[in-house]
Design a protein. Structure first.
Length: 365
């Protein structure tokens, strides 16, 4: 009895996406399942190019096909599994019934309960890391009080270009980026009242020509004041990532940031620990700030922990030079950032597939 494409498809119903919790066929991820003599050709469309479970899914597919071939006594010499990716669009409807950024599939906020925890560093490397996996990524510097992305992206000597009423984003390091820091004098203090801040951010977000993006990463101002509340309500967020350092005081502030997003109905994708540990010249790891605090916070709040980023001299140098891609030349940083990127991408896919998205609303009591 020969192995047919229909039998292969049935076999693939036993292969589950570990993150999404459903089989590949039900999720609509199987795009090809052909049998050509002793060769089986399978194409699977993942929900993110940064899927952390790709190798496991491949192994499960190969085992399922081998089992099906054994049952039919069909000789299979090779199983070719090809992966493509299509970042799925959540139900992005605002209160007016339309998304303000129709070309953007996923909008992710990066926030923190306090300044100085490396929120912009995480936002920058999350955006660049997703792009390294093949995603179309934009990075919006919404930290209107202390925009640091012009430095981190090496944009100090680049001028903003407008196309009619739209701003053209900077295309650097494989991503598109826009920052309020490029629209004001570099040394000028940004003193914004609530309505002014709201207007500036709205113009920056909606009048930048993003075109088609898989992910738009939004670097929000730190804290839980009225500005991040207003900014979070402006865009239909798929979810938020909260950045925290290991210290107890940082955990307390991060907890408040989580509660803020939850009060707005924004899905918490997870918590990232920055400055997790320091590696000395002797190769030893030193827990300068009490490593593991953010992971403990995530566990206590029943939230995903998306990884820890170490303190390294290379990270500081690359941030100051505006060369984030160079972080992947450092083996230790590359491992840490890739883990953070893939775990975050997985949580975005879960939030999107499970339909947890909703337009944030503010209730006043």
């Amino acid at each position: 009895m020969p192995l047919t494409s229909e039998r292969v498809l049935e076999a693939l119903r036993t292969v589950r996406d570990p993150d999404l919790g459903k089989d590949l066929v039900t999720l609509g991820m199987v795009k090809r399942h052909d049998v050509e003599g002793p060769k089986v050709l399978i194409t699977v469309e993942l929900t993110t190019p940064a899927c952390p479970m790709k190798d496991r899914i491949r192994n499960d597919i190969e085992q399922a096909v081998k089992d099906a071939a054994r049952e039919t006594a069909h000789q299979v010499d090779s199983i070719e599994v090809e992966f493509t990716a299509d970042v799925r669009r959540p139900n992005q409807k605002t209160q007016d019934g339309e998304s303000p950024l129709p070309g953007v599939r996923q909008i992710i906020a990066v926030g923190a309960g306090k300044g100085g925890v490396g929120k912009s560093t995480i936002a920058t490397n999350l955006a660049v890391g997703l792009a390294r996996h093949g995603a179309r990524v934009g990075l919006l510097d919404g930290d209107i009080y202390g925009p640091s992305l012009p430095t981190m992206l090496g944009l100090e000597d680049v001028q903003v270009v407008a196309h009619g009423s739209m701003l053209l984003p900077f295309e650097v390091h494989g991503i598109k980026a826009m920052s309020i820091g490029k629209l004001v004098e570099p040394d000028k203090a940004l003193i914004w009242r609530g309505p002014m801040a709201h207007g500036a951010f709205k113009q920056l977000a909606l009048q930048t020509e993003w075109d088609e993006l898989d992910y738009l990463i939004v670097d929000l101002p730190p804290g839980t004041g009225d500005v991040p509340l207003t900014l979070a309500q402006l865009l239909p967020l798929t979810g938020a990532v909260v950045v925290c350092t290991p210290q107890r005081v940082a955990q307390d502030d991060a907890r408040r940031a989580v509660r803020m997003f939850e009060s707005l109905g924004v899905e918490i994708l997870g918590i990232i620990e920055n400055m997790s540990f320091f590696v000395g010249d002797d190769g030893k790891e030193y827990d300068l700030f009490g490593r593991g605090g953010a992971e403990l916070l995530a566990r206590n709040m029943d939230l995903p922990y998306l990884g820890g980023i170490p303190i390294t001299q290379n990270l500081r140098i690359n941030s100051d030079r505006g060369t984030p891609l160079a972080n992947w030349d450092d083996p230790e940083l590359a491992v840490a950032f890739d883990a953070m990127v893939t775990q975050t991408a997985a949580r975005i896919s879960v939030a999107s597939i499970q339909g947890k998205f909703q337009m944030p609303t503010i209730s006043v009591s």
